[in-house]
Design a protein around this ligand. Structure first.
Ligand SMILES: [Zn+2]
Length: 505
């Protein structure tokens, strides 16, 4: 047993009792795995799995970075300032909850109006103010927003919400939906496309009916989105004893639908809400760590995709520094903690999956970028540019690369449009496999929380996503700014259950 890092966490039992108790914690190496351990004076010691491949963890931790200081209009941990005092990452993705209503009868989500008994649904003016919070960050406002719920398509003014987001400067708008509405109506998909929604985030827990009871609807939604040419990212929520074994099959499904699916964004089950109270053995069987997902992908692709193809989000940090050196404009910095998850790009070449890392020495390239952007003195820009042109071809194995892969062109586009546009030209030749490993009271690492880049815009200020769901701040905020279901029904003349479409399985 060896300690790798010292950090802070909270006591999960104090949390069950309704109290957020900050305690010392250690990230340790034991039995070739990484664990988080901690002791509460009142409730004793805890040990939870953190990352089940210590070598991969160590490789990723090399890419831990800290960005420029950020100034927020209002950051909030909802009256718990002692949790930590300074948040160190800017908002890469703004998360905006527009309703807590949902149309799935079997949805047991703890924030869902059907279970909570209240409706949280800010008005358009309120939503505009909420969005403005992350747009007003300094030195750079958030440019990407995810409109989410509940089920956001239940709001009849969703198109108006999208228009407001675009108008106040979000260049990238995504909608996180269960896909039911999209399966029902191609006209609705067309409207989303017409309103310039960039991407649909669609929940997608598996490729079989057992793991994904909505598979038929999801296939229909994909068919409709394909017809209107609107991109989709699949969002599987992985549960240890339920669907993690299908991770590889989900990747294969995405590769088979590469014309409409742009990527997959894996998420783990998070023990919050009603799950806070599950027994230890059930939690242990459902808990899924990052490596189990990669194991399943490796098993499906037999060496064609492996764990070495994945890098943490912060890996691409030097690109933003490079673009900044050229444009002088501040760039979005991906400073999420490496433990938050990794990603890769998979191309299809001659009918087979080909990870970007197999023909492009990304690690050497990032090291090179890092060195270049450290250059100081006169003619800095010119010296960086010339080093670039001289070295650029050293990083790509042209023989192995997909046809037409031109790194110079990609970087030129990145410099003009920002890194998120860099691979746009290749969109229909590659998919993005990403993940965001959300935390809860058991595995919470406050160092990670402090670096979170996904921020919920709330009436109490900006709340990091893992505090919003994993630590229950979202529930408290939604409760405070909501109305009872009866009042909502009276006000709207509708009944909550009229929206419910699918019966529990
Ligand atoms: Zn405790």
């Amino acid at each position: 047993m060896k300690e790798l890092e010292k950090t802070y966490s909270v006591c999960p039992i104090c949390f069950q009792e309704g109290k957020i108790q900050k305690i010392d914690a250690s990230i340790i190496e034991d039995d070739e795995k990484v664990w988080i351990t901690k002791v509460c004076q009142k409730h004793g010691s805890f040990k939870e799995i953190y990352f089940s491949d210590v070598n991969l963890y160590k490789r990723w931790m090399k890419f831990k970075v800290t960005g420029k200081p950020v100034s927020y209009v209002k950051t909030s941990l909802f009256n718990d300032p002692e949790l930590y005092t300074e948040h160190t990452s800017q908002t890469v993705l703004t998360n905006l909850v527009v309703t807590n209503r949902c149309n799935l009868k079997h949805n047991q989500d703890f924030l869902n109006a059907n279970t909570t008994g209240y409706v949280y649904e800010p008005s358009l003016d309120q939503l505009r103010d909420l969005m403005q919070q992350t747009r007003s960050e300094k030195p750079l406002g958030s440019k990407s927003i995810q409109i989410t719920g509940g089920e956001p398509t239940l709001r009849e003014d969703l198109f108006e919400i999208v228009r407001i987001a675009k108008k106040i400067g979000f260049s990238y708008v995504q909608i996180y939906t269960n896909g039911l509405k999209l399966a029902e109506s191609i006209d609705y998909c067309q409207r989303l496309k017409d309103e310039k929604v960039d991407t649909i985030y669609m929940s997608f827990d598996g490729v079989t009916e057992t793991t994904n009871p909505l598979i038929a609807q999801h296939k229909k939604a994909l068919e409709n989105l394909r017809k209107v040419n609107l991109n989709v990212v699949l969002v599987p929520v992985l549960i240890g004893n339920k669907n993690v074994h299908e991770s590889g099959k989900i990747v294969r499904f995405a590769l088979n639908n590469i014309d409409v699916i742009r990527g997959i964004h894996f998420q783990p089950i998070c023990f919050c809400g009603k799950n806070t109270k599950v027994k230890d053995d059930l939690r242990e069987s459902q808990r899924v760590d990052y490596v189990q997902m990669i194991d399943a992908i490796e098993k499906e692709f037999l060496g064609m995709i492996s764990r070495d193809d994945f890098y943490p989000v912060s890996f691409i940090f030097p690109i933003s520094r490079l673009i900044e050196a050229f444009t002088k404009d501040p760039q979005i910095e991906f400073t999420a903690h490496p433990g938050c998850g990794g990603s890769t790009f998979i191309f299809i070449e001659n009918g087979k999956p080909l990870p970007i890392t197999r023909f492009y020495d990304v690690e050497a390239y990032m090291t090179f970028l890092n060195e270049q952007t450290k250059k100081k003195g006169p003619l800095r820009k010119l010296r960086i540019a010339s080093a670039f042109i001289k070295n650029i071809n050293n990083f790509v194995d042209v023989e192995q690369a997909p046809q037409g892969f031109n790194l110079k062109q990609i970087l030129k586009e990145a410099a003009i449009g920002g890194s998120q546009y860099a691979l746009r030209k290749f969109h229909h030749q590659c998919i993005f496999i990403g993940s965001m490993w959300y935390q809860d009271a058991w595995n919470l690492n406050i160092d990670r929380l402090q670096r979170c880049v996904i921020h919920c815009a709330t009436f109490e200020g900006i709340v990091p996503f893992c505090s919003y769901t994993g630590l229950g701040y979202g529930k408290r905020i939604q409760e405070k700014y909501s109305i009872p279901v009866e009042e909502w029904e009276k006000k709207t003349g509708r009944r909550l259950e009229d929206d419910l479409r699918i019966l529990a399985k």
